[in-house]
Design a protein around this ligand. Structure first.
Ligand code: ZN
Length: 116
């Protein structure tokens, strides 16, 4: 040992064995993650071998689109686009069309309401 310090080594998932012969359970992270600078048992500066750094657990597990791989996401997006085209609901706007629609203003929403 180089100097007075207490080496903590992780043993199992959350149990830390201390240099001074104690064991300490940390639910998440490392002692340093939890702002433990000194061993609470012997008072020596706390050091870890940092062999395993589990890090903070993800607070929000990724769901849905976010949890998918980019490839899968693209695939699904493509399928959706194809389905929209098949139903005839997809519309590709040109700048000219868009400005024309913009000029019509309120009449567009009125005529659309009658159709639906
Ligand atoms: Zn200690």
């Amino acid at each position: 040992m180089s100097g007075p310090q207490c080496l903590w080594t992780i043993d199992g998932d959350a149990i830390w064995e201390t240099d001074c012969g104690r064991s300490f359970v940390l639910i998440t992270g490392t002692p340093l993650n939890n702002k433990m600078r000194y061993c609470p048992y012997c008072g020596c500066p706390l050091v870890t071998n940092e062999r395993v750094d589990p890090g903070p657990p993800p607070k929000h597990p990724t769901r849905g689109f976010a949890g998918l791989s980019p490839e899968r996401r693209r695939e699904i997006a493509r399928m959706g686009a194809q389905a929209a085209h098949a139903r005839g609901t997809a519309h590709r706007w040109t700048p000219a069309e868009a400005s024309k629609a913009g000029q019509k203003g309120g009449s567009v929403s009125q005529s659309r309401r009658k159709v639906q």
